[in-house]
Ligand binder design. Structure first.
Ligand SMILES: Nc1ncnc2c1ncn2[C@@H]1O[C@H](COP(=O)(O)OP(=O)(O)OP(=O)(O)O)[C@@H](O)[C@H]1O
Length: 216
């Protein structure tokens, strides 16, 4: 699945964006299948905005985002639902876990929402062990620390098939050792699916062998 951005400019950031140099805003760029893409930018420059545009849950921009040569608005609601089940997964910056469900239920919900679960239930425990969160699986979402929530949200995003994984500062509350473990898992899961990702972050990092880094 190819993603093309043509002269995309967020309406609320228009003046700011047009005054500054950006590798993304107001440019023509293509994210090719299976690329590991880093988007680096300081706070408040639009990383979350970009991820929401790429997941097509915000539309306040000029320019065009094309998925396999078709602009986002030309996809029907049903097509979008299927794409989000099977082709694009996301880790939001605010994570969006259900507080009233346990960590396990949050992940399981995503797993069984697929027409055919991508992974068996045991895979959740296996991933939780790897990321050091198996002891919190039965805790309610509301009681998890932010770093635990982040790892649960990562596992949840990996419970579905995808061609692209969108990640908005996914390691912001993880120490280096835990970020490294999470990155290794994500890289393996992307490789197994021949998938790419877009990862936003404030800083330079070496968690992945990025194919390309853009400055927002
Ligand atoms: N719907 C909106 N309407 C108007 N302004 C908005 C809207 N959403 C975000 N902004 C503004 O756009 C700018 C970019 O916001 P965004 O959340 O995308 O930045 P970010 O790079 O992800 O920041 P951070 O690193 O702090 O998470 C901010 O100044 C924000 O206040």
């Amino acid at each position: 699945m190819q993603i093309q951005l043509s002269a995309v400019v967020p309406v609320p950031l228009r003046d700011k964006v047009l005054q500054q140099q950006s590798d993304i805003w107001n440019r023509d760029i293509t994210f090719s299948p299976a690329q590991f893409i880093k988007i680096k930018a300081p706070s408040g420059t639009g990383k979350t905005t970009l991820v929401h545009y790429l997941y097509n849950i915000r539309y306040d921009y000029t320019g065009t985002i094309r998925i396999n040569d078709k602009p986002w608005p030309s996809y029907s609601k049903d097509q979008l639902a299927v794409m989000r089940q099977q082709q694009i997964s996301v880790i939001f910056q605010d994570l969006r876990l259900f507080d009233q469900l346990s960590a396990l239920e949050n992940i399981e919900l995503k797993r069984v929402m697929q027409p055919e679960p991508y992974y068996p239930a045991e895979k959740i425990k296996e991933m939780a062990d790897r990321l050091g969160v198996s002891h919190v699986l039965n805790q309610s979402g509301a009681t998890l620390s932010y770093g635990e929530r982040q790892r649960i949200a990562i596992i949840r995003a990996l419970m579905q098939p995808f061609e692209w994984l969108m990640m908005d500062e996914p390691f912001s509350h993880l120490d280096e050792a835990n970020a490294t473990k999470a990155a290794r898992l994500i890289a393996e899961e992307c490789s197994a699916r021949k998938a790419g990702f877009v990862l936003t972050d404030l800083d330079h990092d070496q968690h992945f062998d990025y194919h390309v880094t853009y400055h927002l």
